[in-house]
Design a protein around this ligand. Structure first.
Ligand SMILES: Cc1cc2nc3c(=O)[nH]c(=O)nc-3n(C[C@H](O)[C@H](O)[C@H](O)COP(=O)(O)OP(=O)(O)OC[C@H]3O[C@@H](n4cnc5c(N)ncnc54)[C@H](O)[C@@H]3O)c2cc1C
Length: 438
């Protein structure tokens, strides 16, 4: 299916699911309408609750659900849709205050009945979710703590919203409608149980063992792992997985990393990890023989999904990791389709996999354009940052039929996406992997 058609299908499905409760609630006996604004307010409340439930499903790591888009886009959508849901959740009481000004006085007087308290606390939990997610970095909330709080706040907001709907009972008084909302709430709890309890149990049964820890250029390390007592899993070149080291899979301490090894070498998996923060700074301390757990594979950033007569890769820093997996796999297959890699780094000394890339040029039909922001004095290649002129100088004539894969710092991805599109590469051929989810 054409990517635009596929995206339209999923967006329509999302809108349908958001509105589904509204239509269901109109079935059977219903109260007399209380005017347009009052009913609109209720409709917004129902839609917000449905949106929250969909967010649980979207972020529950169902491989099939995220497959059409890739996880970064799913999280991006989650972010935008959540902002929309919060706007609806805020409009819901504002419209009610407009229709029934007495309600605001009751809130201010602190004499709110329980069935309205549930709605108010649900809104407060949503507001806390918004603030802690949109401003996590400026507020200096540690990522691991944020994740735990995020799940707890999301569950609180959803369960109290459903309690509010059921307790108010307007449009939802019949038992089957009550059960419908309870069913939605229970499904979300089941999703959390699946991700946080069932999945970790499954991971515990399929441990991995670190076999090598290799220091790479550019403050990075490659961890090589082998499955212990099971066959591992198959993955496509360029996909990623969630890695847990030195803690239990129940601890919510897993980190996403692209698989950098060849997808055609069964039984071994490698990750190339740059020192960046609390977890990654300690990767060099990992010893061969340590246990690990790997949840994967995920993602659609792969030459095996986006097939083409040739490829363009754009890497910045450790963004080379998924691209290495694709290049290694293509080399192992003896694939001689034309490949062009733009690889941006600060200094020549830090270019991760520099030597192996030169060797890959002998095995593949691969050209590499290094772009250094701090080049050595005798540097003959491209210098500065990746920009339009660099792409214009090197992109091949058949650029419009090639598929492009971009991975690196978020600002670099934005520049490369725009520049490639301006140079005549169709936007549907441009794929990006964003390492910075929140
Ligand atoms: C799909 C994907 C693939 C990735 N592939 C690679 C790779 O191949 N090599 C590599 O070096 N890095 C990769 N990353 C980035 C890597 O996950 C983060 O750099 C790492 O988790 C940072 O953890 P930290 O505790 O060292 O850093 P911190 O200083 O705690 O965090 C730095 C930033 O990393 C992100 N982050 C931190 N913890 C997590 C977590 N548990 N889950 C998700 N994001 C987190 C947050 O945005 C945070 O602001 C990838 C990220 C994604 C989303």
């Amino acid at each position: 299916m054409h990517p635009y058609l596929r995206a339209t299908f999923w967006i329509l499905l999302f809108l349908l699911l958001v509105q589904a409760p509204l239509f269901v609630l109109l079935l059977g006996p219903k109260p007399a309408g209380d005017g347009f604004w009052f009913d609109l307010s209720l409709a917004l409340g129902f839609a917000v609750t449905a949106m929250m439930a969909i967010m649980f499903l979207l972020t529950a790591r169902f491989q099939r659900a995220t497959a059409p888009f890739g996880i970064d886009l799913v999280y991006y959508f989650h972010r935008l849709a959540s902002i929309g849901a919060f706007a609806f959740a805020t409009l819901h009481p504002l419209l009610l205050f407009h229709e029934e000004p007495g309600l605001l006085r009751v809130i201010l007087a602190g004499t709110l009945p329980l069935h309205l308290w549930t709605g108010l606390v649900s809104w407060v939990a949503m507001a806390a979710l918004m603030i802690s997610s949109l401003w996590r970095k400026p507020l200096r909330i540690h990522y691991d703590a944020w994740r735990v709080v995020h799940v707890l706040l999301a569950l609180t907001a959803l369960l109290l919203a459903v309690a509010h709907i059921v307790a108010v009972g307007h449009y939802s008084a019949t038992p089957w409608k009550t059960w419908l909302w309870l069913g939605i709430a229970l499904s979300c709890v089941a999703v959390v149980i699946r991700v946080r309890l069932i999945k970790p149990v499954q991971l515990l049964r399929r441990p991995w063992r670190v076999t090598r820890v290799i220091k790479e250029r550019g403050s990075s390390w490659t961890l090589e792992l082998r499955p212990e007592g099971h066959g591992g899993f198959r993955y496509l070149p360029g996909q990623f997985a969630w890695l847990t080291l030195r803690s239990s899979p129940f601890a919510m301490r897993e980190h996403p990393f692209s698989i950098s090894s060849s997808a055609d070498t069964p039984g071994v998996i490698s990750f190339t990890i740059k020192e960046l923060g609390d977890f990654t700074n300690r990767i060099g301390e990992i010893q061969a023989g340590e246990k690990a757990w790997i949840d994967g594979p995920y993602g659609t950033f792969s030459v095996d999904i986006s097939r083409a007569p040739g490829y363009v890769f754009v890497a910045g820093g450790v963004g080379i990791a998924p691209i290495m997996s694709m290049l290694r796999t293509l080399a192992e297959r003896g694939d001689l389709r034309p490949l062009l890699l733009f690889y941006a780094y600060h200094t020549w000394e830090r270019v991760t996999f520099r030597e192996e890339l030169e060797a890959l040029c002998q095995r593949l039909n691969l050209d590499i354009v290094y772009v250094l922001s701090e080049p050595p004095a005798d540097w003959q290649g491209e210098r500065g940052l990746l920009r339009d002129e660099v792409f214009a100088r090197h992109l091949p004539d058949d650029r419009a039929v090639r598929e492009c894969f971009i991975c690196g710092p978020t600002p670099m991805i934005a520049v490369a996406e725009t520049a490639l599109a301006r140079q005549g590469i169709p936007p549907t051929h441009i794929h990006s992997e964003i390492f910075d989810l929140v």
